[in-house]
Unconditional design. Sequence first.
Length: 467
Amino acid sequence: MLRLLILIGMTTSVLTSCVKKEYDEPATANVDPDLIATHSISQFIAMATGPVPKEITQDVILSGVVIADDESGNFYKEIIIQDSTAGLSISVDISNFYTEYPIGRRLFIKAKGLYLADDGDGNFQIGVKDNNTIGRIPSTLVAQYIVKGKWGIPVTPASYTLSSLGTAKSNTLVKISGVEFVTADAGISYADAINLISKNRVVEDCSSPANTVKMYNSGYSKFAAEITPTGNGTIICVNKLYNGAPELVIRDPKDLNMTDIRCDGTTGALTQMPIDSLRMVFTGTTTTCPVGRKIKGIVISDNANQNTDPKNMVIQDGTAGIVVRFSAAHAFAMGAEVEVRVSGQELSEYNGLLEVNYVDPGNAVQTGTGTITPRVATCAQIVANLQAWESTLVTVQAGTASGSATYSGSNTLTDATGAVTLYTRTQASFATTALPSGPKNYTGVLSEYSFATIPAQLSIRSTADVQ
């Protein structure tokens, strides 16, 4: 009987150990380690002696809650913690650390052996020594200095207005009320996601004159291409200092709640205007585009074959066309439907060619795709209508090109009615291709160069435009 009971018990034990669990036990319990902070963060940063890194030789333990991680990409290899007294930046040589050190997790920092410095603006940072600056703690040593504690701890941001923001401490979470992006920075991308260029967007309040502050946005952030709000409201962000002034760094656009009416009583929404209406605004000298306006058109230039300046995009709608000159190279392909915020932008001519000038790439966003049917015209008609037709797609039938052996430079395109310039940049992919002989149909973007013998210029996008 005893043997039978033992056998049954062993069988039950084996079966129990083979049952698959329906859940995974947490890797660590949500508890703090057996550590006690010896210094508050404010006491600790008071030990700094300026921008020259100071080694921590005492057994200092700090405790703070993470208020910024790298999940959105707007903070790079930098963990920011704060306690009730101040905030501190921890420089670490690890990426995607938000899985282990997320916002809301308490961390304990064993500071002995690390270095502390003020970057000169009042932003305090801890890490290793890298010559005369603070360097990142190597990934293999991070766990030696940073000990994980409880997670899910809320941090209530301190409330400020722009006029009182100057009293806020660096590397702390703040909430700013009654603010909006300035007109030029409302309704455009946070940064230049195409060229991975970081941007400062300016925020203002409703005072007169308005108080302003810069918001830093990384071109590598996940939200770089997202559009800034056009309304008024609140911003939760990390307060930094730059050149002695506050600088806002958001963790995620979800931290912005800006749906109220703007200071001027509007919603900030843009009104689309036809391209020909925008062209009519030009006064003959440098002109400012109307406030609250945008244009939309199909890209007829081709940046792939480089017969257009990489900063230039030519778009056309059902009324006209225009050159949009960006402040950096763009990536809008031929056939893309693009919406461009022109509110307050410069409208000017370059050697006779009308452009919306110095446009931040964040002012443009692709909304779809489309096609433009070229206007069929004679050379004489093109010359007669150059001002109205410039920056549109035109086809010259039975035209003959002459002047040099290749497309490169300025050649002459003639038909039975007259002539226009056939222009090709030396950087174009087909610049060294031989000019075709005999009559052909040439389709290209019409432009103007006022100093040329024949100001009317036709530029093909590729050799496929010659049939």
